[in-house]
Design a protein around this ligand. Structure first.
Ligand code: PGA
Length: 251
């Protein structure tokens, strides 16, 4: 069976001023240094304003840094946007694309998300492509077609396990305290894995993260599910002790 190194990723969303962000990343870097070897890769995705500071604070540590979004174009007249190459230029190594908050707040389609993933790859970044069904879609029994459809369109043909991570985040579980059950997570992750294996030569090596109210109390059971190769953590990633406990689940 393929061994996939887990990835625990923190999505800070639109939180943290400079002092908070630096305190958070410095505490994480210190814990990682004290621990020595970790059982997973660790990523934090701060808001764009803090990327540079966080990259500096995390230099030569086990903590990697990613953006929360990038534009599909390499440069140009796109006020307020950030290009993937700009993220790479300041030392980020990952970028989230297609988070449900961007799909909802900014009307991003899976087609746009695929273009963003391609831009990320072209800039040498690892794209974390986020997918997930709404509560209404789940109630209609449409979870698997919705998620498989999002993966089919959002993940570009040039993707590989080296440049792409999938994050399954049921929209109804994000920031709500509600978590998908082990059976629900297992079913969706297996469906995503089957789709990746059918489409990509190294489909078995892609990491598939679960996200949606992951916290220390449920991390162990979620991370033990087959084809769950890590977590994308929102709220709990803002508290260093909670985030660290989730990281230690992989030790
Ligand atoms: P949450 O957010 O852990 O606060 O539910 C997860 C995410 O949106 O990535």
């Amino acid at each position: 069976m393929t061994q996939r190194r887990p990835l625990i990723a923190g999505n800070w969303k639109m939180n943290c001023l400079r002092a908070d962000g630096l305190e958070l990343v410095s505490a994480l870097v210190a814990k990682a240094a004290e621990k020595g070897s970790l059982g997973c890769d660790v990523l934090v995705c701060p808001p764009a304003t803090l990327l540079s500071d966080v990259v500096n604070a995390a230099q030569n540590s086990a903590v990697q840094v990613g953006g929360q979004d990038c534009h599909a174009e390499t440069s140009g007249a796109h006020t307020g946007d950030v290009a993937a190459a700009m993220l790479a230029d300041i030392g980020a190594s990952y970028v989230l694309v297609g988070h449900s908050e961007r799909r909802a707040d900014h009307d991003e389609s899976s087609t746009v998300i695929r273009q963003k993933a391609i831009a990320a790859h072209d800039a040498g970044l690892i794209a974390v492509v986020c997918v997930g069904e709404t509560e209404q879609e789940r109630d209609l029994g449409a979870t698997l077609p919705v998620v498989n459809g999002q993966v089919a369109v959002s993940v570009p043909d040039g993707a590989s396990a080296k440049n792409t991570v999938i994050a399954y985040e049921p929209v109804w579980a994000i920031g709500t305290g509600r978590t998908a059950s082990v059976a629900e997570v297992a079913e969706v992750h297996a469906a995503i894995r089957a789709e990746l294996v059918e489409r990509f030569e190294d489909g078995d090596e892609f990491r598939i993260l679960y996200g949606g109210s992951v916290k220390p109390s449920n991390a162990a059971e979620l991370l033990a599910v087959a084809d769950v190769d890590g977590a994308l953590v929102g709220g709990a990633s803002l508290k260093v002790d909670d985030f660290w406990k989730i990281i230690e689940t992989c030790a």
